[in-house]
Design a protein around this ligand. Structure first.
Ligand code: AMO
Length: 437
C-alpha cells in the first residue's frame, strides 16, 4: 500500500491528510460519532468516526481490517495505550470484514486465558500487543548474534534437519521413515558445525533442534532453535567462553537499542551483566549452593533447576553484579562423545554451561579433535564408530583444536523476559501434547 503511513509516524504529520490501515482493535460507538482504535505493526491510534462510518461497521467485529483516509489532529480524549494524535476519518474502507467474534479477547493489556487456550488460538492471541512484543525481542536477539558473528569474520551456515546419526546421545530423538530407511531429526547441528570448522574455521547459524522429551516442563520443548557456534585454532575452553559472553552482551545491547518500547510494554529490565561473567567449576558451584542454602547436592553430576536458579539469581548478582555465571568441568560420564576430556583429570570434561537469569541457556566446550581419541571416545560411550564415518572424516583429514557452543533461542528469550513457561517464548510451540497450530 504505497500511500500508507504507520501509526508511529503520525505525530510528525500533524494537520496533514494521511492513509492509515490496520485492524479494528477496539470500538466505542457513541451513536452520532465513535472512536475506533486501529492497530498496525507499529502501534495503536484512535480514529474518530462519524455516524455513516459507524453504520459501515454494523455487523462487523473487532479485527476487521480497515483502510482510513483522514486528518491527523491533536488527540482530545485520552486512551493511555494510543499515540498523542488521532485521525479524523474522511473515508473508511473495509478491506477485510470480520463477522465472527474472537475466541479470546486480545485488546486488553494481557490476554486473560490459560496458556493452553492462548496457544490454541495463537493465530489471533499473538496480535495482543504484549504477546507480539515477545517475538520482536526474539528477532532482535538474532540480529545481535548475526552482527557479532559477522564482525568476527565467521561464516553463517544452514544445517540439515534430517540426519542418519544422533549427536547428543541418549534416547531423545525422533525417528523418521525416510523412503523405508530410518532417519532422525537432528538434536542439534553439532556434527555439522564441527565439520565446517575444517573448512571455514569459524561458523555460526541458527539451527532447528528436536528432542523427544518424555515430559512437558516449563523449560523444554520438543522443537527449538539454537544459536550454534564453532571455531578452530583455540588455545582452550576460555576462548570459547569469551565468544559466548561477547556475543550475548551484543545480543542484549541490540535488544536494548531496538526494543525500547517492547521492553517498556513488557515491564522488563534486562538482567545485570557485571564487568565479566563469573566462572566456577561444577564442584565449586554445588559447594556454594550448599553453603548458601543448606541444600546438599554436592554428590550430584549436574545442577538441579533450583541450584541453577539460585546461582544465577542470588549468588552471581550478589558476588559479581551479574545475572550470568559459567559453570565448567562437567563429568565425562554426563557429556556427549565429542566433548574434550580434561588432561588433568579424565573424570571431568573441558565443557561449560552458561546459567543465565534462572536456568541454563548455553552449553559448550572444547571438542576432541584428534582422530584416534575420537574413535576411542565413541567406543567408550557404547557407540559404533562406523556409524560416524562422515563425522570422523574431518578428524582423519585434519581439524584444528576447536570448540563451540549452542544457545537456546527460546530459553534465552524466556529467561531475559522472565516468562514462566518457555512456550510463551515460542511462536508455535511443540511439546509432548502439542502439534498445532
Ligand atoms: P544442549 O543439549 O545443552 O547442547 O543444548 C544447548 C542449549 O539449547 C537449549 N535447549 C533447549 N531448549 C528448549 N527445549 C529443549 N528441550 C532444550 N534442550 C536444550 C538450552 C541449552 O543450553 N550441541 C550442544 C551444544 C554445544 O556444545 O555446542 C547441545 O545441543 O538453552
Amino acid at each position: 500500500m504505497k500511500e500508507r503511513f504507520f501509526v508511529r509516524e503520525l505525530p510528525e504529520h500533524l494537520g496533514q491528510e494521511v492513509v492509515v490501515a490496520g485492524w479494528l482493535h477496539r470500538l466505542r460507538d457513541l451513536n452520532k460519532f465513535g472512536f475506533a482504535i486501529l492497530r498496525d505493526r507499529t502501534g495503536l491510534v484512535q480514529v474518530v468516526l462519524d455516524s455513516t462510518q459507524l453504520e459501515q461497521l454494523k455487523g462487523l467485529q473487532l479485527e476487521t481490517v480497515l483502510k482510513i483516509t483522514g486528518t491527523v489532529v491533536k488527540k482530545q480524549s485520552k486512551d493511555p495505550q494510543a499515540e498523542e494524535v488521532e485521525v479524523q476519518a474522511k473515508i473508511m474502507e473495509v478491506l477485510s470484514p470480520v463477522t465472527d467474534v474472537l475466541p479470546i479477547e486480545i485488546n486488553k493489556d494481557d490476554v486473560e486465558a490459560q496458556l493452553d487456550s492462548i496457544l490454541d488460538h495463537r493465530v489471533t492471541t499473538l496480535r495482543n500487543l504484549k504477546q507480539r512484543a515477545i517475538f520482536r525481542v526474539q528477532a532482535a536477539l538474532v540480529h545481535g548474534y548475526r552482527a557479532y558473528m559477522e564482525r568476527q569474520g565467521f561464516t553463517e551456515i544452514f544445517f540439515p534437519v534430517l540426519a542418519g546419526a544422533a549427536s547428543e546421545g541418549g534416547a531423545e530423538f525422533f525417528k523418521v521413515d525416510y523412503y523405508g530407511r530410518e532417519a532422525m531429526l537432528t538434536q542439534s547441528a553439532q556434527l555439522y558445525k564441527q565439520m565446517m570448522v575444517g573448512v571455514y574455521e569459524g561458523v555460526y547459524g541458527l539451527s532447528y533442534s528436536f528432542r523427544a522429551e518424555k515430559f512437558a516442563t516449563s523449560r523444554h520443548l520438543t522443537e527449538f532453535n539454537q544459536f550454534e557456534f564453532e571455531v578452530g585454532f583455540v588455545d582452550g575452553m576460555e576462548d570459547i567462553m569469551a565468544y559466548a559472553e561477547a556475543s550475548l552482551r551484543e545480543m542484549l545491547a541490540t535488544v536494548e537499542r531496538e526494543n525500547t518500547s517492547e521492553l517498556k510494554l513488557l515491564n522488563v529490565t534486562l538482567p545485570p551483566l557485571g564487568e565479566h561473567f563469573p566462572c566456577v567449576r561444577l564442584k565449586e558451584a554445588l559447594q556454594f549452593y550448599k553453603e548458601g542454602t543448606g541444600i546438599d547436592e554436592t554428590k550430584e553430576p549436574d545442577l538441579s533447576p533450583a541450584a541453577e536458579k539460585w546461582l544465577s539469581t542470588v549468588w552471581a548478582p550478589h558476588t559479581h553484579g551479574s545475572g550470568f555465571v559459567f559453570v565448567t568441568h562437567y563429568p565425562t560420564s554426563k557429556r556427549p562423545f565429542y566433548t574434550a576430556v580434561d588432561p588433568q583429570n579424565s573424570e571431568e570434561t573441558l565443557s561449560f554451561d552458561l546459567i543465565g537469569f534462572g536456568s541454563e541457556i548455553i552449553s559448550g566446550g572444547l571438542r576432541v579433535h584428534r582422530y584416534d581419541e575420537q574413535v576411542a571416545r565413541l567406543k567408550a560411550k557404547g557407540l559404533n564408530p562406523a556409524d560416524f564415518e562422515d563425522y570422523l572424516a574431518m578428524h582423519k583429514y585434519g581439524i584444528p583444536p576447536e570448540g563451540g557452543f549452542g544457545m537456546g533461542l527460546q530459553r534465552l528469550t524466556q529467561n531475559i523476559l522472565g516468562l514462566a513457561n518457555i512456550k510463551e517464548a515460542t511462536i508455535f510451540p511443540r511439546d509432548v501434547q502439542r502439534l498445532r497450530p
